[in-house]
Ligand binder design. Structure first.
Ligand code: LHQ
Length: 261
């Protein structure tokens, strides 16, 4: 698939997907959703990729659903069909990919753009970043997984507050509330993203992927099931080359050289 609405690069084991519809602050049209899904699949399949970065071009991360033209299609397509066909596929894929996904949230993340940001495993924000559940401003409820993930991250009351006020939550508040892992100054943002991505891409990729699976699955498990599941996955991690290398490096008092295998 050739891309017209996103950019896709792979460098130093890091796949970077850049949402690129700057005139709309990277609002999602159907093509941009399809291209992002395709790029995520490429990054997943590529054995050399050990970390995925999702970011936006220009001053926004994403303003959510492209509202221009959407009203005209309401007769042909229900909102739920549109969600199932697009955002749901993207979000489920992001959660399923057993590689760390960093959301490099360079600017506003609104509506479904906020949902996609929250589907990343780690979020790095710039001081200019803000998060906004814009949905209620147009008389809708949050979608794109926001109702599921946001209360887990920041608690019900704050999530509900964000939903009904549609206020812009600035980066510093997002950090205090646990929506982002780190906030960098605008000038340090790109370097901070590269530093995190580089470090993660040199890590024990299989273990990182299995950890993601265990933690995601734990949301639907009781303690007994979670203990069993992590024990089973630990057997898998224990068979990796990186596990052998990690133990060897510890005993030899040197940094481990992980291969992601
Ligand atoms: C846009 C958009 C946009 C088109 C800015 N579309 N052009 C799922 C399924 C089905 C139905 C509906 O929804 C969903 C999920 C959703 O995502 S619902 C929520 C949709 N998003 C919004 O309601 C956010 C709308 N945008 C805004 O409120 C503001 O633009 C924000 C707060 C994001 C940014 O404000 P500013 O920094 O002041 O920028 P701006 O408003 O001047 O926007 C810049 C340009 O981008 C402007 O175009 P123009 O030609 O005037 O320069 C906007 O019209 C355009 N744009 N968001 N979603």
């Amino acid at each position: 698939m050739s891309y017209e609405n996103i950019l896709y690069t792979v460098e130093n084991s890091i796949a970077t997907i850049t949402l690129n519809r700057q005139a709309t602050l990277n609002a999602f049209n159907d093509a941009m959703i399809a291209e992002t899904i395709d790029a995520m699949k490429q990054a997943d399949r590529n054995g050399n990729v050990r970390c995925i970065v999702l970011t936006g071009a220009g001053r926004g991360f994403s303003s959510g659903q492209d509202l221009s033209g959407f009203q005209d299609r309401r007769g042909q397509l229900s909102i739920s069909e549109h969600l199932r066909h697009g955002y749901h596929r993207l979000i489920k894929l992001m959660v399923r990919i057993e590689k760390p996904i960093i959301g490099a949230i360079n600017g506003i993340a609104a509506g479904a753009g906020c949902g996609i940001a929250l589907a990343c495993d780690i979020r790095i924000a710039s001081e200019k970043t803000s998060f906004m559940l814009a949905f209620s401003k147009i008389g809708l409820i949050p979608d794109s997984g926001v109702n599921w993930i946001l209360p887990q991250l920041i608690g019900y009351s704050r999530a509900y507050q964000m939903a009904i006020t549609a206020e812009r939550v600035p980066a510093a508040t997002a950090l205090a509330w646990g929506m982002v892992n780190v906030v960098a100054s605008e000038i340090d943002f790109a370097a901070t993203v590269q530093q995190w991505a580089g470090q993660i891409a040199n890590g024990a990729t299989k273990a990182y992927g299995l950890t993601k699976r265990a933690m995601q699955r734990s949301f639907e498990q009781d303690l007994d099931e979670a203990l069993e599941y992590e024990a089973m996955l630990q057997d898998v991690a224990g068979l990796t080359e990186d596990n052998k290398e990690g133990v060897r490096a510890f005993l030899e008092k040197r940094p481990a050289q992980f291969k992601g295998k």
